[in-house]
Write a protein that binds this ligand. Sequence first.
Ligand SMILES: [Zn+2]
Length: 137
Amino acid sequence: MAGAQKVTRKDRDIEKLIRIIAIERMELLFKLGIEAVKRGDYEYARRYGELIKRISMRTRVKIPKDIKRWICKHCHIIMVPGFNARVRTRRDGKALRVVTRCLSCGWIHRYEFVVRGGGKAERVSRGVKEEKGGRES
Ligand SMILES: [Zn+2]
């Protein structure tokens, strides 16, 4: 007879496996997306970005940070600096401000890295359609 505890452990193993597979797929789609952008195939790049989001939602596995950062929150295209994205960094004391702009839809993404005692924290602020300023404190 199947014990409830055994099932739980097996479920956890499956969950772990799903996570590994999901991340593997997201990384593959991300690479394909970058290649598509370099080819000028923006429609494909957007589809790859959407697929990554869908995998994340369906499997409830978070998109790795270094992938998520390059998917436009607004149009879901994969952003590649020098091709369809513009990146600017600015050092502000202990904070490093990174502004990424999607050249496909104009969405601006702001990230802030705060270096604190050896640890590195990432803070993501919400994207805005137009540069307005005065929202940062
Ligand atoms: Zn966009």
